[in-house]
Design a protein around this ligand. Structure first.
Ligand code: UDP
Ligand code: MG
Length: 324
C-alpha cells in the first residue's frame, strides 16, 4: 500500500472548500481505480481563518475519516501552513496544493506517474502565462526572478509554484530545514533532487479572494532575497569601497589645487552635499546590515513555526466522549 497525503493550507477559504473537496475526491477516486495500491489522506491546515473554514473542516471530518486537519491559534502565514502539513503528513508521498483550485487536482495522476518509478523525486507545475494578473504585478514578478537568480546560488525557476508532489525522502529533507524565516520556493529548490516541471496556463481562483496584496508580495520577495542570498551585504561593502576610492581621488585633487592655486574657503554647499551623500550611504548600508541582523535575531529565538489550537484528533476524541 502507498499512502498519498494531500496537504492544503487554507486561510479564509470557506467558499472554495466544498468545491475543492468535491474535485479532489473525484480525482483521487479515479486514481485509486487505476492504481490499486493507493491510499489517500487529506490534511487541511486552517491558518487562523476568520470565517467558517474550521467548521468546514469539522464537517468533512465527520463524514470522511481520511480527512485530518490542524487549526492554528492565529494566522501564521502560508509558509507555516505548508510546514505544519509536511510535518504531520504520514504519506509515502506528499502533495502540497492551494485550496482555491488554482492548482488543478487533475494534475495529480500525471504527477504520480512521474514520481512513482523513482525517475523523479518531485513533480511540480510551472505556469507559462500570467493570465488574469495585472501587468505591473507580472513585471515585478519577472524582475524578481531574474534578480534572484543573479544574486543567489539557489536557482528559482520563473513561474514555479508551491504545487508539489514529493517523495517522503524529499519531504524529510525539507523538514530538516527548520528555519523560522521560510521562503519555500527557495527551500524546495535548495534541497535539490530530480524535479519534473509541468507547464500549464494560469487559472483564476474558483471563489473567494487572494490574501496577497501587492505590498505583501513585495515584502515577501525581499524576505526571499534575504533568506537565500547575502548579495545585499556584498553590495553594501562595494558601495563603501567605491566611495572610498572616489573620496581619495577628490582629496588628491584638492591637495594639488591648494598647492598650486592657494587656499580659499568657498565650497560650503559642496561639503554639505558630500556629507549628506556619505551619511545617506552609511545609513543605507547599516540598514541592510540591520535587516540581516534582525533575521538572525529571530532565528536565534527559535520560536515555533506554528501553534496548533485544534486538530482532528482532539475534535474526534471530544466527539466520541460526548457520544458516550
Ligand atoms: N494561505 C494561507 N495563509 C495565508 C494566506 C494564504 O494558508 O496567510 C493559503 C490560501 O488559503 C490558499 C493558498 O495559501 O490555499 C494560496 O493563497 P492565495 O490563493 O491567496 O494566493 P495566490 O494564489 O494569489 O498566490
Ligand atoms: Mg490562489
Amino acid at each position: 500500500m502507498k499512502l498519498i497525503s494531500v496537504v492544503v493550507p487554507c486561510y479564509n477559504e470557506e467558499e472554495v472548500l466544498p468545491l475543492f473537496y468535491d474535485e479532489i475526491i473525484k480525482v483521487t477516486n479515479q486514481m485509486k481505480q487505476e492504481h490499486n495500491e493507493l491510499e489517500f489522506e487529506f490534511l487541511f491546515i486552517d491558518d487562523g481563518s476568520k470565517d467558517k473554514t474550521l467548521e468546514g473542516f469539522r464537517k468533512l471530518a465527520d463524514t470522511d475519516k481520511r480527512v485530518r486537519y490542524i487549526s492554528f491559534s492565529r494566522n501564521f502565514g502560508k509558509e507555516a501552513g505548508m510546514f505544519a502539513g509536511l510535518k504531520n503528513a504520514k504519506g509515502d508521498y506528499v502533495v502540497v496544493m492551494d485550496a482555491d483550485l488554482q492548482h488543478p487536482p487533475s494534475f495529480l495522476p500525471k504527477m504520480y506517474n512521474y514520481v512513482k518509478d523513482g525517475e523523479y523525486d518531485c513533480a511540480t507545475t510551472r505556469r507559462v502565462s500570467r493570465k488574469g494578473e495585472s501587468k505591473v504585478r507580472s513585471w515585478f514578478a519577472r524582475k524578481f526572478y531574474s534578480l534572484m537568480n543573479k544574486i543567489s546560488q539557489t536557482e528559482i525557476v520563473d513561474g514555479a509554484q508551491d504545487f508539489r508532489f514529493m517523495t517522503r525522502q524529499m519531504v524529510d529533507s525539507i523538514l530538516e530545514m527548520n528555519e523560522y524565516n521560510r521562503f519555500s520556493k527557495g527551500i524546495f529548490s535548495w534541497v535539490g533532487f530530480k524535479v519534473k516541471y509541468m507547464e500549464y496556463e494560469n487559472v483564476e481562483r474558483a471563489a473567494g479572494t487572494t490574501a496577497w496584496s501587492f505590498w505583501g508580495l513585495f515584502k515577501y520577495s525581499l524576505e526571499g532575497i534575504m533568506a537565500f542570498s547575502t548579495a545585499p551585504l556584498a553590495i553594501a561593502s562595494l558601495l563603501g569601497v567605491v566611495s572610498c576610492v572616489f573620496s581619495f581621488i577628490c582629496a588628491l585633487v584638492v591637495i594639488f589645487k591648494t598647492l598650486i592655486f592657494g587656499e580659499d574657503v568657498s565650497g560650503f554647499p559642496t561639503i554639505m552635499c558630500a556629507i549628506f551623500l556619505v551619511g545617506g550611504l552609511q545609513l543605507f548600508c547599516i540598514g541592510i546590515l540591520g535587516q540581516y541582523l534582525a533575521k538572525a535575531y529571530l532565528e536565534t529565538k527559535a520560536r515555533p513555526i506554528y501553534i496548533a489550537r485544534e486538530t482532528d484528533e482532539i475534535y474526534r476524541s471530544k466527539k466520541s466522549e460526548s457520544a458516550e
